[in-house]
Design a protein around this ligand. Structure first.
Ligand code: NAD
Length: 381
């Protein structure tokens, strides 16, 4: 089969779904590879690099789509791109199937297969294809770098001839994939790092990374009588109030807040309120990774960087992976390559779309003329 990657058309998108290295691996599966001219440039890969890796460079997007049996890209396709799908073609991309009924129907009606990368189930076997995690990891790292870039002081404490410098104090809210990456980056830069999550099971992981888990002194007697260790379910209003009270207490002392709290299929919870921002010292920085879903900070403006009247910088960018396009493209293209490995069991260039396979089934949102979204829950955990 021929796997082709077009240049991303979304404004400001620097990533590319195939790198010269991933193309070499795809060819080992028996596939041919093609790329639209200039598609890798913003991520640091030239057409010559691709040619050297045995990739055909095709001049226009339309010719690339026409020539490819499988199109691998990053962003949700445009309507023009969906129109280029024809019967039997496969698209592997982020697709936002939950909010993209129109394109899903159009692809199904054409008899095209769509593999939505955000639908890869979060089970151990699929970790190598989990593009949401690889992008969140980058976003967590970059959030700390962005914070540092907007913060006028060192992260680490220093004793210098010119005086003693106190270490920065960083709070990471939400310790999932992005949060843990932020914690690791912050501690490695020498900041005193605190982290909070509604899932108490992450406390050990947070502490093993050299950060301090923010413990809420709270008993939730409504929790099934189970030993809660002082934590409550995220939905309890009493717990939420206690959480905000704790953050309010910390706000005057914290220099940098990185928020990553997310509850699947919901708007981001507001956890850092206007009055907390007002309590922070001038020069403090908030990086809100949840900006795409409304933000965890009440004052976040999506895709903007603002400075409040009291001198607090709030960053609401939603494109951190694209800001590290070389790294993101390397990891994303590896996720795609692993997906292709599972789709090519005999490594003979022939795709077997096994809908009995949990991972392939989970990620496939249209196939054989049908919409196959949402998938049944995976059998293997
Ligand atoms: P994740 O599901 O792995 O982690 C989210 C964490 O938030 C979980 O550990 C969850 O327990 C925790 N959480 C939920 N409610 C909470 C609350 N009230 N208080 C504290 N913690 C709470 O998600 P992820 O993959 O790490 O992604 C995190 C966020 O980063 C998402 O909003 C995602 O969209 C965003 N993201 C942003 C960019 C960007 O460029 N801005 C890029 C990638 C991901």
């Amino acid at each position: 089969m021929k796997i082709g990657t077009p240049k991303e058309v979304a404004e400001g998108e620097n990533r590319v779904a195939m790198t010269p290295d991933s193309a070499l691996q795809l060819q080992k599966l028996g596939h041919e590879c093609a790329i639209e001219a200039g598609a890798g440039l913003a991520a640091g890969f030239s057409d010559a690099d691709y040619k050297e890796a045995g990739v055909e460079v095709i001049k226009s997007a339309s010719a690339l789509w026409k020539a490819s049996d499988i199109v691998a890209k990053v962003r949700v396709p445009t309507d023009t791109e969906v129109k280029r799908l024809t019967k039997g073609k496969t698209l592997i991309s982020f697709f936002n199937p939950g909010g993209n009924e129109k394109q899903m129907k159009a692809a199904a009606d054409k008899g095209a297969t769509v593999v939505a990368m955000e639908m890869v189930p979060r089970i151990s076997r699929a970790q190598k294809m989990d593009a949401l995690s690889s992008m969140a990891n980058i976003a967590g790292y970059r959030a700390v770098i962005e914070a540092g870039n907007n913060f006028g002081r060192f992260f680490t404490g220093q004793v210098t001839a010119a005086g003693k410098v106190p270490p920065a104090k960083v709070l990471v809210v939400g310790a999932g994939v992005a949060g843990l990456a932020a914690i690791g980056t912050s501690t490695s830069l020498g900041a005193i790092t605190y982290a909070f999550d509604v899932r108490p099971e992450v406390a050990e992981q947070i502490e093993s990374m050299g950060a301090e888990f923010v413990f809420l002194d709270f008993e939730d007697t409504q929790q099934d009588g189970a030993e809660t260790g002082g934590y409550a379910a995220p939905s309890s209003p009493e717990f939420q109030a206690k959480q905000l009270e704790k953050f309010r207490e910390m706000a005057p002392d914290i220099d940098i807040v990185i928020t990553t709290a997310l509850i699947p299929n919901r708007d981001a919870p507001i956890l850092w309120t206007k009055d907390m921002v007002e309590m922070m010292k001038p020069g403090s920085v908030i990086v809100d990774l949840a900006a795409e879903r409304g933000g965890n900070c009440e004052l976040t403006q999506k895709d903007e960087k603002i400075v409040t009247d009291n001198g607090v910088t709030i960053v609401g960018y939603t494109d951190f992976p694209s800001r590290m396009a070389s790294q993101s493209s390397t990891l994303y293209s590896t996720n795609i390559r692993h997906m292709m490995t599972d789709l090519t069991p005999e490594k003979d260039g022939k795709v077997v779309h096994d809908m009995e396979d949990d991972v392939i089934r989970g990620a496939t949102v249209t196939h054989a003329g049908e919409i196959t979204f949402p998938p049944p829950p995976p059998k293997i955990q």
